[in-house]
Design a binder for this molecule. Structure first.
Ligand code: ZN
Length: 499
């Protein structure tokens, strides 16, 4: 994401233009504070403003976060840093805490991404104006600050959750930045009584527009009984992480351009990972205006974009779970695949009590790779070959814990997935799209996509024709796919209501 020139940035600031929220940050040299462009405070003089493309860059330059506009609440457009996939992947790993803790090094991070340390630093400087270490430090401070402002969590838990090695370090960092201990930032009046129930509620901002209804219907159509529930406009699911279990609930607060998330989870250290998964499932990092504008250049797709502005491409909660769904869904309808997934969960998933999950219908955890590998028979009503594929998938996932993480180019990622028995082109593209978040993935042979494409131009399409046509949708074919699926789903429901 290149920073616009100073005059444009300043005009955005003067008009408190929300379209720039998350894209630029302004440091005010006379106060030492940095802000979002929408800050309600009086606009600083032009000569006192320095503009940055990330909060980390502002913090690296010595500015501290504003307490009014709260830079930690800006939409996190981390996944859309220019065209650099590497930077997006590095940011995702940093968000999960890869650079927290003692042994963590930038070198190891670079190695995981398949490049040298110097190259990674250079890319960070180019796209974020800050080093990987600054980005990690800023993330810790901003996440801790959000937890201080929005929750009643004890400070020791917040220090742990945000990835500070010790409470001493946490206090030190906050004293340096804000001239006061972390407790000094908490509002005196607590809005929520200190909890009898261990849950944390947070708001995650998105860049509008956001087509929440389409997101929710997509998730509802695929919700695995026992593991996921869509109810009263909210999405719920069970969560298992680092040996602990709980749940997360997500609702849309459109007036605040945010999603409200409620996490019921006993281990605070898992909070960043849970938040980062919510961001992934709900595609919060998308610079949707740019994507919609790009897709609208195709006149036929433009009509779909106009029908569903802000349509997001839902991600998968967990790579293995998503890959299992993909195999279950081979050559059958979404409804049938969902039923099979429900069977799989009842037969092989661990149970979770309603007091833990917070919802009577959230009764199971999705089975892990280990459970499926050790199961004698999967006992599912589906062809033996596909059950063998599921076993092979579980084995591959155990053998390579990074199997469903970004890897090389999209072609390399697809090729690697295709080495798994039973994973063909469609399945690999689907996994790449929803689990690995390759936003240019495109399962062109998908029956729903082909039907959706037929609604565009009225003619039956083929995989080859669709692929050819999709060339101009790059690098965001995943969003085009989402529009085609949505068009297909609404055509199907219209036909049903006519029958
Ligand atoms: Zn401010």
């Amino acid at each position: 994401m290149e920073l616009p020139d100073r005059e444009i940035c300043y005009r955005a600031l003067q008009s408190r233009d929300s379209r720039f929220d998350g894209l630029i940050f302004v440091g005010v040299t006379s106060t030492g504070i940095y802000c979002r462009p929408v800050c309600p405070a009086r606009t600083a003089k032009f000569e006192n403003c320095r503009f940055f493309s990330s909060a980390a860059a502002a913090q690296e330059a010595g500015f501290r976060p504003c307490l009014r506009c709260r830079p930690e609440t800006a939409p996190d457009l981390a996944s859309w840093r220019g065209t650099s996939n590497t930077v997006s992947r590095a940011l995702a790993l940093i968000n999960e805490g890869t650079l927290d803790g003692d042994g963590a090094t930038v070198e190891a991070l670079a190695e995981r991404l398949g490049l040298g340390e110097r190259q990674l630093r250079r890319l960070f400087l180019q796209h974020l104006g800050a080093s990987p270490i600054s980005v990690a430090q800023t993330r810790r401070v901003l996440f801790a600050k959000q937890l201080i402002h929005e929750t009643q969590m004890p400070m020791t838990d917040i220090a742990l959750a945000a990835g500070f090695g010790s409470i001493r370090r946490f206090n030190e960092v906050f004293r340096n930045l804000f001239d006061r201990p972390p407790t000094g930032l908490r509002r005196k009046t607590s809005r929520i009584p200190i909890g009898t129930e261990a849950k944390v509620t947070l708001r995650l901002r998105y860049r509008p527009p956001y087509d929440w209804d389409s997101m929710l219907s997509f998730l509802e159509a695929r919700a695995i009984p026992g593991v996921e529930v869509v109810e009263n406009g909210s999405y719920w699911r069970t969560v298992e992480m680092d040996g602990s279990v709980g749940s997360v609930e997500v609702a849309c607060l459109s007036a605040r351009q945010s999603l409200g998330i409620t996490i019921r989870f006993p281990n605070v250290k898992s909070l960043p990972a849970i938040v980062s998964r919510v961001r992934r499932v709900f595609d919060l990092g998308a610079d949707i205006e740019t994507i919609d504008a790009h897709l609208s250049r195709d006149p036929l797709l433009a009509s779909l974009v106009a029908q569903r502005p802000g349509l997001r491409a839902p991600g998968g909660w967990d790579g293995f779970e998503l890959a299992v769904r993909a195999i279950l869904g081979q050559q059958i309808t979404v409804v049938a695949a969902r039923r099979l997934a429900g069977q799989l969960v009842v037969l092989h998933g661990k149970t979770i009590s309603a007091s833990r999950s917070g919802h009577l219908r959230l009764t199971h955890l999705f089975p892990t790779e280990k459970r499926l590998v050790h199961a004698k028979s999967l006992g599912l009503g589906m062809p033996v070959s596909r059950q063998t594929s599921l076993k092979a998938l579980a084995e591959a996932s155990i053998a390579d814990p990074n199997l469903f993480r970004p890897f090389g180019t999209i072609e390399e990622a697809i090729e690697r997935l295709r080495t798994i028995r039973g994973v063909g082109e469609w399945t690999a593209q689907y996994i790449a799209l929803r689990a690995i978040r390759e936003m240019d993935a495109f399962p062109s042979s998908d029956i729903g996509l082909l039907r959706g494409a037929a609604t565009l131009d009225g003619a039956q399409s083929t995989s080859e024709r669709l692929l050819h046509r999709a060339e101009s949708w790059r690098p965001w074919r995943a969003y085009a796919a989402q529009h085609l699926w949505a068009a297909d789903a609404s055509a199907i429901s219209t036909n049903r209501s006519i029958e």
